[in-house]
Write a protein that binds this ligand. Structure first.
Ligand code: ADE
Length: 222
């Protein structure tokens, strides 16, 4: 998969993709990530990317030209173009799965007060990572790249993501433990030491249900 990210703050991505699983996925050539500063595409003599809103109002609005030109230089017939905005559709594990099947994503990070409405005509999908407002789309872009990359075949053990919270069953993860058996008087549940795989599965399922009921009852309704 190829991912192109359009941003005014390319340095924000300096370390995030150079660590851990995303770094490994790039080394294994499962994903290719390119960061583009769309200011470089501005035809304005001062490389301006934003201006005041028509009709008045506070703040600056991202202009069409730099983003249109940058997207057009990257776009192919297989590209899926995503705009990150708090007014987009809510992002879910299901969205990550669907996007992990694409071959090319172009992700546009909005910034400042907003963007010219006509930029919407370029995009296939508008995504919000949650009902809160961030200063820009860079952190949401990191969220998308991380959650999608780990689902690409050969990046992590497939069984690991089948057991994720928010898989098809809409249940939160069951509790897990490792050595030692007792830590500060807190003991690992006996069933996990029993070697009885059927009992362990039943225990894990019931703990998942219990945890979901208590923390995310809305998921059980689904
Ligand atoms: N830009 C600012 N806030 C955002 C959010 N919650 N999701 C996606 N993009 C954003």
């Amino acid at each position: 998969m190829k991912i192109d990210i359009l941003t005014l703050f390319p340095n924000m991505f300096d370390t995030i993709f150079q660590e851990s699983i995303i770094q490994r996925a790039q080394k294994l050539q499962k994903v290719e990530i390119h960061i583009h500063n769309f200011r470089d595409y501005s035809k304005d003599p001062h490389h301006k990317v934003d201006d005041t809103p028509y009709g008045g109002g506070a703040g600056m609005v991202l202009m069409c030209q730099p983003i249109f030109d940058c997207v057009r230089s990257l776009k192919t017939k297989d590209s899926k173009i995503i705009l990150l905005t708090p007014s987009g559709s809510p992002y879910h594990q299901r969205t990550a799965y669907n996007l992990s099947k694409e071959s090319h994503l172009i992700i546009i990070c909005g910034h400042y007060e907003g963007f010219d409405e006509r930029i919407r005509s370029l995009v296939d999908l508008e995504i919000s990572i949650g009902d809160y407002v961030l200063t820009g789309g860079e952190i949401p872009a990191m969220v998308l790249v991380d959650s999608i990359t780990r689902l690409l075949p050969g990046v992590i053990n497939e069984k690991s993501h089948l057991e994720d919270s928010f898989n098809e069953h809409y249940l939160l993860d069951y509790p897990t433990y490792t050595k030692p058996r007792v830590y500060e008087e807190m003991a690992v549940p006996q069933v996990l030491l029993s070697g009885d795989h059927k009992k362990i599965s039943e225990y894990r399922y019931s703990e998942s249900v219990k945890r979901t009921k208590s923390l995310r009852p809305d998921l059980l309704e689904k």
